[in-house]
Structure formats: C-alpha cells, structure tokens
Design a protein around this ligand. Structure first.
Ligand SMILES: CC(C)(COP(=O)(O)OP(=O)(O)OC[C@H]1O[C@@H](n2cnc3c(N)ncnc32)[C@H](O)[C@@H]1OP(=O)(O)O)[C@@H](O)C(=O)NCCC(=O)NCCS
Length: 162
C-alpha cells in the first residue's frame, strides 16, 4: 500500500517531492514492505494512510531526526486529486502531529518546495510559519525549499486549558 500511494503521489505531483518516480518504481517492493512493517511500531518514524469510503486516498510520513537535534518532521504529504478540499490533508497532518506529540515533539517542521503555493497555503492555514531556513533540495538542486514550523506543545496546552 505504501508503494502504491507513494508512486501515485510522485506521478501526480512530482513538483512537490524531492524523490523521483523512477527511483520509487525501481526500488524493490520489499523495501516498501519493510518500511511499512518498521513504521507499525517505531518510535522514530511512521506513516499514516487516508481512507475515503474504504479506498486508500492519501499519505503522510512523520519522523524524528537522529539525536542530538531530534527535530520532528512531517513529509511526503499527498491527497488524491479526486478527494481534495475535503479536509483529508488536515486529517493526515493532525494524525501525524498527534503521533509526534505522543513521542515527545514540541515543534513540528515541514519542508515545502517554494513553487508549491497550494501546499504553502495549506500548511500556513494549519498554523505553520516560515523558520527562515531556505535550502536547495538534496535530490533536485534547481528546486528551493522553505522550512516551516508549528509549535505543537503550545497549541496542546492552550487547548487543554479551555
Ligand atoms: C496539499 C494537499 C495535501 C492538501 O490536501 P487537501 O485534502 O485538499 O487539504 P484540506 O482539504 O485539508 O485543505 C485544503 C486547504 O488547503 C489549501 N488549498 C488546497 N488546494 C489549494 C489550491 N489549489 N489553491 C489554494 N489553496 C489550496 C486551502 O487552504 C484549502 O482550503 P479549502 O479546501 O477550504 O479551499 C493536496 O493539495 C496535495 O496532495 N497536493 C499535491 C501534493 C503536495 O503538494 N503535497 C505537499 C508536499 S509539501
């Protein structure tokens, strides 16, 4: 399932991700199965799948950098075009943030390609702001990416205080 959704997202929105469709298609199926198995009980990396009416229709990854920084990230967010604007993306981000919070995150980061205005607006609407970090994509150096962040521990505290 992870492989199907990842290749579907790279086929639909290659501008949004650092990885290439060719790499994903040529990777051994076992690599995706192993990742999915690891994600089921890992404390450092996981993925969530969006189902609409029983069909897989979206994906998000969440992980922690290795120590000492151990910053928390969401990445590889994708919702199938037919079911966009129905809050599926928000649902995925919230699921990923809940998991990162439960694993000790206080802030959640996301790299967004500069020309991906839709994703930029989407994340801003969810309370993410620019960190000021701006870098060339590792896999596609002609593409620039902006690092966004959201304070999640603060949001949780103010919600529980209400
Ligand atoms: C970004 C993405 C995940 C949003 O998914 P979604 O399920 O439509 O998200 P939601 O319904 O929760 O929120 C949509 C909101 O995002 C913003 N948005 C989504 N599409 C937009 C567009 N074409 N233009 C402007 N804003 C847009 C709006 O704020 C929108 O609110 P609205 O639906 O009330 O208009 C989806 O557009 C997608 O998969 N895009 C291609 C892959 C991608 O860019 N991934 C992000 C990589 S960093």
């Amino acid at each position: 399932m992870l492989r199907e959704l990842r290749t579907a997202s790279l086929r639909d929105a290659p501008y949004a991700f650092g990885d290439s469709l060719e790499d994903a298609l040529s990777a051994d199926v076992a690599v995706f199965d192993a990742a999915a198995a690891r994600h089921a009980d890992s404390h450092t990396a996981t993925s969530f799948i969006l189902y609409t009416e029983g069909h897989p229709a979206g994906l998000i990854g969440a992980n922690f950098e290795t120590a000492p920084a151990r910053r928390a990230f969401v990445f590889a967010l994708w919702v199938a075009p037919a079911v966009r604007h129905l809050s599926g993306g928000e649902l995925l981000v919230n699921a990923a943030i809940d998991w990162l919070l439960s694993e000790g995150a206080a802030q959640v980061f996301a790299w967004v390609t500069d020309n991906n205005i839709t994703a930029m607006r989407f994340y801003e609407r969810l309370g993410f702001v620019a960190t000021g970090d701006h870098a060339r994509s590792a896999q596609t150096p002609e593409q620039w990416e902006t690092l966004l962040v959201r304070d999640v521990a603060l949001a949780q505290k103010s919600m529980s205080a209400q």
